[in-house]
Design a protein around this ligand. Structure first.
Ligand code: FAD
Length: 467
């Protein structure tokens, strides 16, 4: 029987990063993946393909502004969706190949098949050809991720009533895409098809889209997307989603009991994701699953079975690739006797629309609820030379700092390239910077990053220079 120091179940960003860190630390490591490609949700049907389509559709949308830059396009410019989807697939395939290379390089044994516990130290791998192999595992790391969830009365047929997975491979641009759920995934994919020519309507139960983020970001993103033509029905509870032929009818009710009816040719159900443990047979290993379907873990990501750990979307916390990666690294280092730590307050959240939205730390709503005395400084992108040069004028950076100590408590930004700018915010907060610290650091001119410095100046002493 094959025997390993560490067996990782699931090859998403949590699992494969964890496997590499385990191998780096000298453990004999194996990884089990039920699909034929490595990389999990993120690489195959999540982060990477959605960003590929966002990039392609962004290029297309930019053509409308070419004339402003003195670029004349003659002849018809049109979308070839089949080619766009093929390019997305090529990006995914190439990146997945890169993970195969990393597994080889780090001498990690890859098993293709469904992993299920026989007991706390044995995992059976059921392969596609019907055979099964049992391997011995001194330690196991569960990294089985998540799947799209739905509402009990919605029947997802994967043709017209779809999840994000199908939305990444459509054969035509919808005429009217009705999106149920205004979270990150719904809004990103909504912008893809909006740019490609679809009418897009978003129905959201809460009173604003991207409800987990600072309300000022929701407000600005809604404003920009409305300008681009997206329609929003917030504070609406979906009652039914019915398909008849090519028509999907979505009915939703507001707080006053008024019902709206939206008719589309596709409906994207993006109401969240559920932790995935189907077929894992966790109970055979003594691993407890919570009522919400998550693998229960302590602060060290250890499950109720002491030699088994769990990471990523399948455990509590934000369902984000970089959170899964940090947890994967942390478990490997714990197994090696190190004392790693994750500050969950400093896991950034990003929406890859254009303008991009990014945040780290506490929102104003959270600070108010916790009774923390704070001050706030904002700076609009439209006052930046770089933003004017690129015609990327939407958005702002907002810095929240402790009223007494000036320590930065949260940074919230929407605008061009904020997905990358947020890294500065994470570094600053990791080192417990004050707003004044950031304001005194030189930021290259002209850059979008100057908005961070200016917001810090505004938060320090209301002394932004360019407003
Ligand atoms: P997963 O990536 O879900 O991987 C789990 C793997 O385990 C899968 O490959 C699965 O097949 C395998 N598996 C499950 N059970 C078994 C078993 N019993 N045996 C063998 N294999 C098994 N996050 C970001 O941070 N940034 C983004 O831009 C972003 N965009 C997204 C866009 C979309 C459309 C979606 C759907 C998600 C996006 N996410 C994004 C979320 C991100 O994909 C997840 O947070 C991340 O993939 C979680 O990683 P994971 O390793 O926990 O699990």
């Amino acid at each position: 029987m094959n025997s390993f120091d560490v067996v990782v179940i699931g090859s998403g960003p949590g699992g494969y990063v964890s496997a590499i860190r385990c191998a780096q630390l000298g453990f004999k490591t194996a990884i089990i993946e039920k699909y034929s490609t490595l990389g999990g949700t993120c690489l195959n049907v999540g982060c990477i393909p959605s960003k590929a389509l966002l990039a392609s559709s962004h290029h297309y949308a930019e053509i409308a502004h070419f004339a402003d830059h003195g670029i004349e396009v003659s002849g018809e410019v049109k979308v070839n969706l089949e080619k766009m989807i093929a390019r997305k697939k090529a990006v995914v395939d190439q990146t997945s190949g890169g993970i195969n290379y990393l597994m080889d390089k780090n001498k990690i044994t890859v098993f293709e098949g469904l992993g299920s516990f026989v007991d706390a130290t044995h995992v059976a791998v059921a392969k596609a050809d019907g055979t099964s192999e049992t391997i011995e595992a001194k330690h196991t790391i569960i990294a089985t991720g998540s799947k799209p969830s739905s509402l009990p009365f919605i029947s997802i047929d994967k043709e017209r009533v779809i999840t994000s997975t199908e939305a990444l491979s459509l054969k035509e641009v919808p005429k009217h895409l009705v999106i149920i759920g205004g979270g990150v995934i719904g809004i990103e994919l909504g912008q893809v098809y909006l740019r490609l020519g679809a009418q897009v309507s978003v129905v959201e139960f809460m009173d604003r889209i991207i409800p987990g983020m600072d309300a000022s970001l929701s407000k600005e993103l809604t404003k920009v997307l409305k300008k681009q033509g997206m329609k929003f029905y917030t504070s609406h509870k979906v009652q039914s989603v019915e398909r008849a032929g090519d028509v999907v009818t979505v009915k939703a009710e507001n707080a006053k009991g008024e019902v709206i009816t939206l008719e589309g040719d596709y409906s994207l159900v993006s109401v969240g994701r559920r932790p995935y443990t189907d077929g894992l047979n966790a109970e055979a290993a003594g691993v407890k699953i919570s009522e919400r379907g998550q693998v229960e873990v302590n602060d060290h990501l250890q499950t109720s079975a002491s030699n088994i750990y769990a990471i990523g979307d399948v455990v509590r916390g934000a369902m984000l690739a970089h959170k899964a990666e940090e947890e994967g690294t942390m478990v490997a280092e714990i197994l090696a006797g190190q004392k790693p730590h994750i500050d969950y307050n400093l896991i950034p959240g990003v929406v890859y629309t254009w303008p991009e939205v990014a945040a780290v730390g506490q929102t104003e709503e959270q600070l108010k609820a916790a009774g923390v005395a704070y001050k706030s400084g904002s700076f609009p992108f439209k006052a930046l030379g770089r933003a004017r040069a690129s015609a990327d004028l939407d958005g702002f950076v907002k810095i929240l700092a402790d009223a007494k100590t000036d320590e930065v408590l949260g940074i919230h930004m929407i605008g061009a390239r904020t997905a990358d700018l947020i890294a500065e915010a994470v570094v600053a907060m990791e080192y417990k910077a004050s707003a004044e610290d950031i304001s005194r650091m030189s930021h290259a001119h002209p850059t979008f990053a100057e908005a961070v410095k200016e917001a810090a100046l505004a938060a320090t002493d209301n002394r932004a220079i360019h407003v």
